[in-house]
Write a protein that binds this ligand. Structure first.
Ligand code: ADP
Ligand code: MG
Ligand code: MG
Length: 210
């Protein structure tokens, strides 16, 4: 079943819930290899996003909602992740412009645009121990699922599962982007916090029913 603007609203609400539930864990991870603010940054941002999206008119399109997510994240999250997630949602918004409902191809286009936005902004590659390590396998899994004729739900589940695995795979890596890159080998054995928050957003997407 195609995903409408109500689905996008519920994705946003569930994302905010998951970020709030994992605030302490994201802070703990960022304390290990960063400055300890990722959970706070994301929770502040998604609480603001929730409020803003609730204020949107009832006829707001998926693209309108995603644009509000983007601008709110840019103005409230701060740090490295604010502009990165802001760009991701802005590009996602542009990718689904004029669509009232997202089918499988629309979902894949949304995810691709988000990932490409993060890469364009942050210049990280897979293996650099960043959120790109969650997003890139998620996009690949979504593309594969689409090609195999999967449903919208199956595409999102494939993306969420791949993001989680991709995030776990950041544990043994040395970081080449962001604050963790200052640590050299001391980053080994710690999971990248941005990859964990990214996996949470995709898990939220997979769990919202159409
Ligand atoms: P800051 O590091 O400024 O305190 P956050 O703690 O909110 O910002 O976010 C850190 C996360 O941002 C990292 O865990 C990583 O996933 C992500 N990140 C940092 N730099 C980049 C980059 N150049 N490309 C992609 N992701 C990045
Ligand atoms: Mg930080
Ligand atoms: Mg910071």
């Amino acid at each position: 079943m195609a995903l409408n603007s109500q689905w996008v609203r519920e994705w946003v609400a569930r994302s905010a819930q998951y970020i709030a539930d994992n605030r302490t864990e994201l802070i703990r991870l960022d304390r290990e290899i960063g400055d300890g603010d990722h959970g706070e940054n994301m929770d502040r941002g998604f609480k603001a996003v929730s409020a803003k999206v609730t204020e949107l008119p009832a006829d707001a399109s998926p693209s309108d909602i995603l644009k509000t997510v983007a601008t709110t994240l840019i103005s409230t999250v701060g740090g490295a992740s604010g502009p990165l997630y802001g760009t991701a949602f802005l590009k996602a918004s542009q990718a689904v412009k004029d669509e009232d409902e997202l089918d499988g191809a629309g979902i894949v286009a949304l995810l691709q645009a988000a990932r490409d936005g993060i890469v364009a902004r942050g210049k990280a590659e897979v293996g650099d121990k960043t959120m790109v390590d969650a997003w890139t396998p998620a996009v690949r899994a979504a593309e594969d699922a689409l090609a195999e004729g999967a449903t919208e739900q199956q595409i999102l589940s494939a993306a969420a599962d791949a993001a989680k695995v991709g995030s776990e795979k950041t544990d043994p890596l040395i970081a080449r982007k962001g604050r963790a890159s200052y640590l050299g080998e001391r980053a080994i054995g710690h999971r990248d916090p941005g990859s964990v928050s990214s996996a949470l957003l995709l898990k939220a997407a997979a769990e919202v029913s159409p």
